[in-house]
Ligand binder design. Structure first.
Ligand code: NAD
Length: 261
């Protein structure tokens, strides 16, 4: 019952981890706002499949996380329509792999803007109503790279470490308002984001695809398995539950033991 009629905004939820979180929350009765850069027709199809399968409302926004005005308008429109946002999941993210001396300036800025700064804008826009109602859940999808670094991922590691700091600062600011703010720190999850970085990593490290998968990705994780999007989504749903009310300001690894090294 605790999830029924709640409303969740998940940024970057048109694929991968974000879509898995949207479906997991919808399966518990949460109404969903899908966001992503895909076409209106594709986003409508995702919403239709979620609302049909789980019997919840599902709407979508194509707000670009690079554009603060579009982020603010998205939040304003959702609050106008649904009155409140119970759950905010900052999930949109991109990756680019390159030695730092060749790292394109615009790519560095874009990664910081999408993977870090967009979360500042969404949180800033939702907090006034969460504080007024004295409830809310904020989950930032960070990464194992919020806790440790890897070479050739300077922008991503910087953005995710920044997101870890933002998570802790927000948690402290809202701790007495019944609002929690946590970061989930996944290891490698087999999604389009990971698939896309394989050719770049092959180039940076002079390796074959098989070598990248086995010696870079899976060798990082003692379990030698990819984390699944479903596992990340289950953890996100737990953090949204009443039982998780005392978990705040936490950076929670879900990485097959990677950061235990
Ligand atoms: P994905 O490529 O499937 O999902 C990324 C989502 O972000 C997509 O829906 C895309 O449309 C959206 N997006 C990208 N740029 C956007 C923009 N400018 N505006 C709005 N939406 C935008 O990849 P994923 O692996 O599911 O990644 C989701 C999150 O999980 C990211 O923050 C990523 O850093 C994080 N993460 C992924 C892994 C992994 O191994 N896949 C590990 C740790 C953390």
């Amino acid at each position: 019952m605790e999830f029924q009629n709640k409303i969740a905004l998940i940024t970057g939820s048109s694929s991968g981890i974000g879509l898995a979180i949207a479906k997991n929350l919808a399966s518990k009765g949460v109404n969903i706002v899908i966001n992503g850069l895909r076409s209106d027709i594709e986003l409508e199809a995702i919403c239709l499949s979620i609302s049909t399968e789980y019997g919840v409302r599902c709407v979508h926004s194509r707000a670009n996380m690079l554009v603060p005005d579009q982020i603010r308008k998205m939040i304003f429109d959702i609050i106008s329509e649904f009155k409140f946002i119970d759950i905010l999941v900052n999930n949109a993210g991109i990756q680019f792999v390159s030695p730092i001396e060749d790292f394109p300036d615009d790519k560095f800025n874009e990664i910081i803007a999408i993977n870090l700064t967009s979360s500042f804008h969404t949180i800033k826009a939702v907090l006034p109503s969460m504080k007024a109602f004295r409830k809310g859940r904020i989950i930032n999808i960070a990464s194992a790279h919020a806790l440790i670094a890897s070479p050739f991922k300077s922008a991503y590691v910087a953005a995710k470490h920044g997101l870890a700091g933002l998570t802790k600062a927000v948690a402290l600011e809202v701790a007495e308002y019944g609002i929690t703010c946590n970061a989930i720190c996944p290891g490698y999850v087999w999604t389009p984001l990971v698939q896309k970085q394989i050719p770049e990593t092959m180039k940076s490290r002079h390796m074959s695809e098989e070598q990248v998968i086995n010696t870079i990705l899976l060798s990082a994780q003692p379990t030698k398995k990819f984390v699944t999007a479903h596992e990340v989504a289950s953890l996100a749903s737990y953090l949204c539950s009443d039982d998780a009310g005392s978990i705040t300001g936490s950076l929670i690894p879900i990485d097959g033991g990677w950061t235990a090294h």
